[in-house]
Design a protein around this ligand. Structure first.
Ligand code: ADP
Ligand code: MG
Length: 354
């Protein structure tokens, strides 16, 4: 079983990276907003970032151990790095790109490269230039170029960031298929929670150069623990709370006192609530309901976004609106019965944050 250990420190003017990534998962995700240190982390592991201290091991091989003055060169690390937008050499053929990193004889390299290109269905394009290829084909070449070097670890730096919508989804599925037979570990960094939710078994949440939270990906989404991690996993609604007793929580700004079956985790100072999880209630107020005071509606192709005023400020200019995102069946109910009178918080959907 592969195991990555990366204890990385680097300080530059105005930014400090200080992360520990320890995992035996095959697919590792690092989620962070722009500027949080994702690329710097990958560059440190690949050995192309200067001035890094700490210790990095893959499969028990030491790549960096600054205390013992070990610092393998990038070529010695057996780490494949796929840059944002693939970074193929534009003036080299597909075959030239794939053989570029190989050391053996010309004939040998050519044979290995062609075999790898064939695995990705690209052998017949070997003499083409990258500019003549579609995005999907470029992705396959970029991956072939990495795989042909037989790396112990593959690093993917926001591989889909330049794409949108359907193409992005398709390329991601394709990437996962191409990696299926790769036995080593893969780290993908991204600011996209959807991408990493799909891709990674273990997730690390990075913010301002630090890991805020890590764990099995689904667990991190279910229980992000901090407001920043919740925000990065897509949570839209946050509010300060006060525990009145073990099972009673007041959300001051939302004008509601929640009665809960479970005990409130110690240290809970605020909560998060995902915009898709409110339940509409018509007529009588039920337990754990907030008043439905509509400020505005956003009409999207497959979803309506309702923005609800909070209890405390009925001021329409407030930026602190509660988001409720509605699709399908619930939207049909609204069309039938009109706007609800209340929104109910489901206990199992509440994110308790410290
Ligand atoms: P991400 O990939 O998560 O967007 P980066 O790892 O590229 O973030 O950058 C992390 C931080 O380091 C940012 O604040 C960025 O501005 C800074 N930074 C990165 N590279 C350099 C550099 N070569 N010189 C100065 N600042 C840099
Ligand atoms: Mg980056």
């Amino acid at each position: 079983m592969s195991r990555l250990y990366a204890d990385i420190h680097k300080r530059i003017e105005g930014f400090e990276l200080d992360v520990l990534i320890e995992s035996d998962a095959g697919r590792i995700g690092i989620l962070g907003s722009s500027g949080s240190g994702k690329s710097m982390t990958l560059r440190s592991i690949a050995g192309i970032e200067d001035g890094v201290s700490g210790r990095i091991e893959t499969d028990g091989r030491t790549l960096l151990d600054s205390e013992n003055k070990i610092n393998l060169k990038p070529q010695q690390r057996r780490v494949g790095y796929m840059f944002q937008n693939y970074a193929l050499f534009p003036t080299m053929s597909v075959l030239g790109n794939v053989t570029a990193g190989l050391k053996g004889s010309k004939e040998d390299n050519r044979a290995r490269a062609l075999e790898m290109l064939a695995r990705f269905g690209m052998a017949e394009h070997a003499e083409r230039m990258p500019g003549e290829l579609s995005g999907g084909q470029q992705q396959r070449v970029a991956l072939a170029r990495i795989m042909v070097t037989e790396p112990d670890l593959i690093l993917l730096d926001e591989p889909f960031s330049a794409l949108d919508g359907h193409l992005r989804d398709r390329m991601q599925v394709e990437m996962m298929e191409m990696l299926e037979e790769y036995p080593g570990q893969v780290i993908m960094v991204s600011h996209s929670r959807d991408e990493l939710y799909r891709f990674s078994e273990e997730l690390f949440v990075l913010s301002e150069g630090r890991i805020l939270r890590h764990g099995e990906t689904k667990d991190v989404f279910r229980n992000p623990k901090t407001a920043e991690a919740a925000r990065l996993t897509g949570c839209k609604n946050f509010a300060d709370v006060r525990a009145l007793d073990k099972n009673t929580l007041e959300i001051m700004d939302w004008g509601v006192i929640l009665k809960l079956k479970q005990e409130i985790p110690e240290g809970t100072s605020n909560i998060g609530y995902r915009a898709h999880y409110f339940e509409p209630v018509w007529g009588q107020r039920q337990e754990n309901c907030i008043e439905f005071d509509l400020a505005r509606v956003d009409d999207l192709p497959f979803e309506k976004n309702y923005y609800i005023r909070t209890h405390e400020d009925s001021d329409a200019s407030s930026t602190d609106l509660i988001c409720w995102f509605v699709q399908g069946e619930v939207q049909r109910q609204i069309e039938e019965k009109g706007m609800p009178d209340w929104l109910k918080l489901k206990e199992e959907a509440i994110l308790f944050l410290g």
